[in-house]
Design a protein around this ligand. Structure first.
Ligand code: CA
Length: 402
């Protein structure tokens, strides 16, 4: 194996400790009175360059897997997992100065960047909770993105008028990226306010081959006869306005209520429905060619009201792009880039901001993906006798902004 390696500096006395304790000083030559110490450190650095394994971990390969800078890193670590940031006293990881978020903590680690980078040399800097650099590591043999060797589905198509990918999850890892998503567990209050019949767990979902799969199962947990999963980006990915798109394949079993939707992050205008709700896609499993979109809000007198439209003619069992374009003066809904429903700010109201033109759809919202079973949306219908499991698959979720 080609173990390209360059450690800037390391304290040898800690080399036998775990990665948790591995304390590496970043040293630049200085003119301070500490010159002697610096010289010692340089000596240590030289030794470690000759003995890369001394640092305890090394990168075997690094490769960009799409055109927006998602990075796959294959590494080895003698003392645990240096990339498992949550399990270690690292506050964050910068790669070449850009904040990076880990997707997976097996020996294949997938990173996503808050802004895209594609370079052949990357510097990994692990910061401790005091904002000091714990480990600094340079890897010089990063493979560039090669369009011909990756799934063409990963190529990003920008909606008309949008040139910035604000955020995405391409589901390229081996598990759900919990830096982006939080699980809702249980049956909520009154089936999450909807009379849903399932119990949501943190393990009915898988991520593999670039796809998130959420399974709805006949399975007894607590006093509920079904299990499924519901995930949300609340407090992790939130935004006001943009083009929000997901490619999704849906189950066609009666009783299934899959949804791709958004809720207000801070409920600035009060509890549901006063702060709004944007349902980008909902479907009823017994109608395999239909889905719908809706927005919910409150009237000037505080009653729940909504606007909705159903679209038919697409086979929901195959992947389709479901999207909302959320602007200051309108919210529009698309299937496969074709707009079929538009609402305007003149139609929006909330009892807690009666004079605002744009409320309640002018504050940060977050994204939810879930597969409900039962519930009021399709008259509390449940799966047929003999049902064991089905699933909803999500290729990606992307948020574009101008
Ligand atoms: Ca994908």
């Amino acid at each position: 194996m080609n173990k390209k390696f360059f450690a800037l500096a390391v304290i040898p006395s800690l080399l036998l400790a775990s990665c948790d304790l591995l304390d590496v000083l970043l040293t630049e030559p200085t003119n301070s009175p500490e010159q002697n110490k610096d010289d010692e450190k340089k000596e240590e650095q030289k030794k470690d360059e000759q003995n890369p394994d001394a640092l305890g971990f090394y990168i075997i390969s690094a490769k960009f897997i799409d055109e927006i800078g998602h990075l796959k890193v294959n590494y080895e670590c003698n003392y645990g997992s240096p990339f498992n940031i949550n399990g270690h006293p690292f506050s964050h990881l910068n790669i070449t100065g850009v904040l990076a978020k880990e997707v997976d903590s097996s020996n294949d680690a997938y990173f996503t960047f808050l802004s895209p980078i594609i370079q052949t040399t990357l510097k990994f800097e692990f910061y401790d909770t005091n904002e000091n650099i714990y480990i600094s590591y340079r890897f010089e043999n990063v493979e560039p993105y090669n369009e011909e060797t990756v799934d063409p589905a990963q190529t990003i198509t920008y909606p008309e008028g949008y040139d910035t990918l604000y955020w995405s999850d391409e589901f390229n890892g081996n598990s759900l990226d919990t830096s982006k998503w939080t699980y809702d567990i249980g049956n909520g209050s009154n089936g999450w306010g909807n009379g849903e019949s399932q119990y949501y767990t943190n393990h009915n979902e898988t991520v593999s081959d670039g796809v998130l799969t959420i399974k709805g199962k006949k399975e007894y947990v607590e006093s509920f006869a079904y299990t499924s999963t519901r995930i949300k980006t609340k407090d992790k990915v939130k935004f006001t306005y943009g083009y929000v798109e997901a490619s999704i394949a849906l189950p066609t079993v009666t009783g299934m209520w899959p949804a791709f939707w958004m809720m207000p992050n801070n409920s600035n205008y009060g509890g549901w429905p006063h702060s709004g709700e944007i349902d980008i896609m909902e479907a009823k499993g017994r109608f395999p060619n239909n889905s719908s979109s809706a927005i919910h809000f409150s009237t000037d007198s505080g009653e729940h009201t909504y606007l909705t439209k159903e679209k038919s003619g697409h086979n929901i069992a195959t992947f389709h792009k479901y999207a909302a374009e959320w602007k200051e003066d309108s919210i529009s809904f698309f299937i496969d880039d074709v707009k079929y429903f538009e609402t305007y700010k003149s139609q929006w109201t909330t009892v807690n901001a009666p004079t605002s033109e744009t409320a309640p759809f002018d504050k940060d919202f977050y994204i939810i993906l879930n597969l409900a079973i039962g519930g009021h949306f399709d008259g509390y219908r449940l799966p047929p006798e003999g049902f064991s499991e089905t699933s909803m698959q999500v290729d990606y979720v992307r948020v574009f902004q101008k």
